[in-house]
Design a protein around this ligand. Structure first.
Ligand SMILES: Nc1nc2c(ncn2[C@@H]2O[C@H](COP(=O)(O)OP(=O)(O)OP(=O)(O)O)[C@@H](O)[C@H]2O)c(=O)[nH]1
Ligand SMILES: [Mg+2]
Length: 447
């Protein structure tokens, strides 16, 4: 699911993070692309418009953090706003203390109500509840058999009642739950192809007799915008408390999931993604946003970078020195410890977009190299670290002995350092001549 949207967003982000610096024009281009990607994913037009406006406002006005590149900063803002779009907090089911609690599922025909009734019962039983499912879909006799079959499979009882009055069946169902010491009733209702008066009235009548703790609207994620319109109609007529997004395993473009909260004001509470009873889980906006951004753990990397920066804020003098492209082996050392705080090189690499697709990433990353580099720098005196030019043959041998490495390792590090420093200086000179850009944080090439 969301594959297309994820791919598009990842490409946009790759363009951003690939740049050392971002101009306002870069941000504009990225915003336009994000807007297109969301519209093509069938996200509601108004929702997209507001989303892009908020991201842009924050991206342009934000204070750039030392440890984040401007590209990462924009991604972080997009993530925050996407979490907001999806509903901010985890939407736990609020159940009262009464026994039995009653949940009622509504939705269009084929949206996945009966399947979700069974999966929800299964999940609640895992949480220690004793559910009874009540089959109130009298319009399609096969629907009751379907629920019974699911109940047998999971070993959860189903109440099917007598007659053809769904309101009476619902009422008897709650009674049956009390008699058989069940503490949770889940009512499956009938769907229609379109929202119509009769269907709404029936749902409202069932609601009025069973007084559910929560009415959950089942929405087929694959139907996109239509689903959102249907939900809006339900919200007005029957009202409901939350949404179960079904068929998230299909090729849902994401439009329904991303729009429904903003359009109806109702949170997504569960997502259903497959035929198996286990394929049903509480909805976490933050996890979903990260999944949509398709960035592995890049987000947690950004969060760690923020923490690391908060731990070791750069002092003004260092910032100025680095701003001139002038840095020492001690700076190198502190950069290494930042990388370590972020889970080492392997952690950093694995978190980068697309890195998940690389095989044997682990073996390509030499964590030991970091250890060696750190040991070498620590074996040098402060004077040597500040001015590596004094490192003659004897000093190099002494440092190699101290760090437990070969002299060739010391030579390589010093050479690498000299090159990096030269490159930094060149970069800074070029920057000085270039036009004015958004401020960007320092950061060493090679890390
Ligand atoms: N792949 C997939 N299929 C699902 C999911 N949920 C439901 N389905 C399928 O969608 C079809 C309709 O599901 P039902 O649970 O019968 O839908 P309903 O809303 O009860 O339908 P009516 O009772 O006719 O209104 C069935 O074939 C289900 O197997 C899901 O999360 N993923
Ligand atoms: Mg059904």
């Amino acid at each position: 699911m969301f594959d297309n949207l994820s791919d598009r967003l990842q490409k946009i982000f790759a363009g951003l993070t690939g740049k050392g610096r971002l101009s306002e024009a870069d941000v504009d281009v990225a915003m336009r692309e994000i807007r297109m990607a969301l519209l093509e994913a069938d996200v509601n037009f108004k929702v997209v418009k507001e989303f892009v406006a908020r991201v842009k406002e924050r991206a342009v006005g934000s204070d750039v953090m030392n440890s984040l590149t401007p590209g990462q900063q924009v991604i972080k803002i997009v993530l925050d706003e996407m979490v907001h779009l999806l509903g901010d907090t985890n939407s736990k089911l609020a159940l009262s203390g009464r026994i039995p609690n009653v949940l009622m599922l509504v939705g269009l025909q084929g949206s996945g109500k009966t399947t979700a009734t069974a999966k929800l019962a299964y999940l609640m039983r895992k949480q220690g509840r004793r559910p009874l499912m009540v089959a109130c879909d009298v319009h399609r006799p096969a629907a009751i058999d379907q629920l019974e079959a699911l109940g047998r499979e999971m070993d959860i009882p189903v109440y099917r009642g007598e007659g053809t009055d769904p309101v009476a069946i619902a009422k008897q169902g709650v009674r049956a739950a009390i008699d058989s010491l069940r503490d949770l009733v889940i009512v499956d209702t009938a769907g229609r192809l379109h929202v119509d008066e009769e269907m709404m009235d029936e749902a409202a009548a069932i609601r009025d007799v069973v007084k559910p703790d929560q009415i959950l609207m089942v929405v087929d994620a694959m139907t996109g915008q239509d689903a959102v319109n249907v939900a809006a109609a339900f919200a007005e007529k029957v009202n409901f408390d939350g949404v179960i997004m079904s068929k998230m395993d299909g090729d849902a473009r994401g439009g329904a999931a991303l729009s429904i909260r903003q359009v109806t004001g109702k949170p997504i509470k569960f997502i259903s993604a497959g035929e198996k009873p286990e394929a049903f889980e509480p909805f976490h906006p933050d996890r979903m946003a990260k999944r949509i951004l398709g960035m592995g753990d890049v987000v947690s990397l950004i969060e760690k970078a923020q923490e690391a920066a908060a731990d070791a804020p750069m002092d003004e003098k260092t910032a100025q020195r680095l701003g001139k492209g002038d840095f020492t082996l001690d700076d190198f050392l502190s950069q290494i410890s930042q990388v370590r705080k972020m889970g080492g090189l392997g952690g950093v690499l694995k978190s980068l977009p697309g890195a998940g697709k690389l095989k044997d990433l682990e073996s390509q990353v030499d964590e030991k190299e970091l250890d060696r580099t750190e040991a070498i720098i620590r074996s040098m005196t402060l004077k040597e670290r500040a001015n590596p030019k004094v490192m003659n043959g004897t000093r190099r041998e002494r440092v190699a002995r101290g760090a437990g490495v070969h002299v060739s390792d010391v030579n390589r590090l010093l050479k690498q350092f000299a090159e990096t420093r030269k490159m930094m200086k060149q970069l800074k000179t070029m920057q000085g001549k270039g036009k004015k850009h958004m401020r960007m944080p320092g950061g060493f090439p090679g890390f």
